[in-house]
Design a protein around this ligand. Structure first.
Ligand code: AFP
Length: 292
């Protein structure tokens, strides 16, 4: 079944936005060969932008800004929230190319999208939908509009075709852990030690979207914690953690900053960072229960 068919019956504007984003991701999947190398620019966070980052960001702004379907757009590559003429109140936050520093070594990167109504600075629990696309050996799109999690594969004829419907998080013991061990805070050190003692295998690529995709399918937990020198972590609440957290929660998992449900956090700015623990309920309960 094609993506457009699968989305039948949901809010028309929301469906059009999801399909518009899917169209851009098809262009991105074809564009890796022609947009290699680095741009001479860096984003709001000081990350040097890859040529693909800038190009992909541009494609999304043109598609969503020109569609008349999106009022607000926040992109990880833009310093401000963009506002467009629109009859809707749909608001999109987007990381056009997460993990792009890995492009130079040809590892998997992806696009992450969260969709809200009325504005982007809202808690993840208010989302009306989220999706991500992984550009790996296959181009795979995963979406949820609050009614389960579904996965599609991009076929040679240019269509996203259903591969897994209503799937739930796996149950294997896998552990993706960011930050250097000598900067771990004591409760985090304890968390990791307990998982290691329980036989968790390490899985970390440096591409959050790919790492969470693996945990979603296989099971376990991904964490990029707060650490000495950066107690609020590295990853972005709006562009990375909330949309992926929404999807993992929809798949029967959970997401936290270590203390509260991450989806309950109201972002104060688009650039807000947050410690993240995302994966199975058991692992998230463990970190939330450890004394801080
Ligand atoms: P890039 O998009 O700049 O490659 O950053 C990727 C990322 O935000 C996230 O996808 C990774 O989990 C994290 O950074 C890896 O960061 P470190 O390599 O500094 O641990």
């Amino acid at each position: 079944m094609q993506l457009s068919k699968h989305l039948e019956g949901y809010d028309k504007d929301l469906v059009e936005v999801v399909l518009g984003i899917a169209e851009v991701t098809k262009a991105i999947s074809r564009g890796f060969i022609t947009h290699q190398g680095k741009a001479d620019t860096s984003n709001l966070y000081g990350d040097q932008q890859a040529a693909m980052d800038v190009w992909a960001d541009d494609l999304f702004i043109k598609e969503l800004g020109g569609s008349g379907l999106v009022r607000y757009l926040a992109s990880e590559e833009q310093p401000e929230i963009l506002e467009f003429e629109s009859d809707t109140d749909l608001a999109v936050s987007i990381d056009p190319l997460d993990g792009s520093s890995l492009l130079s070594v040809n590892l998997t990167v992806g696009t992450i999208v969260g969709i809200q109504r009325g504005g982007v600075l809202k808690p993840g629990s208010d989302m009306v939908g989220a999706m991500y696309v992984i550009y790996g050996p296959l181009t795979v799109l995963v979406y949820s509009v609050g009614d389960g999690v579904h996965e599609f594969v991009l076929h040679a004829d240019g269509e996203f075709v259903l591969r897994k419907e209503n799937f739930t998080i796996g149950s294997e013991k896998r552990l993706g852990q960011g930050a250097a061990r000598n900067t771990y805070l004591p409760f985090h050190e304890e968390f990791i030690s307990r998982l290691e003692a329980d036989g968790y295998k390490i899985r970390f690529s440096g591409s959050f979207v790919a790492d969470v995709h693996q945990i979603l399918h296989k099971g376990g937990v991904f964490t990029y914690p707060g650490y000495l020198g950066s107690e609020r972590g590295k990853l972005r609440l709006l562009f990375e953690c909330a949309p992926m957290g929404y999807i993992v929660t929809q798949a029967g998992g959970a997401v936290s900053d270590g203390v509260v449900d991450l989806l309950s956090i109201v972002p104060e700015s688009i650039s807000e960072r947050v410690p993240v623990y995302i994966g199975g309920k058991r692992e998230i309960e463990l970190i939330m229960g450890l004394p801080k």
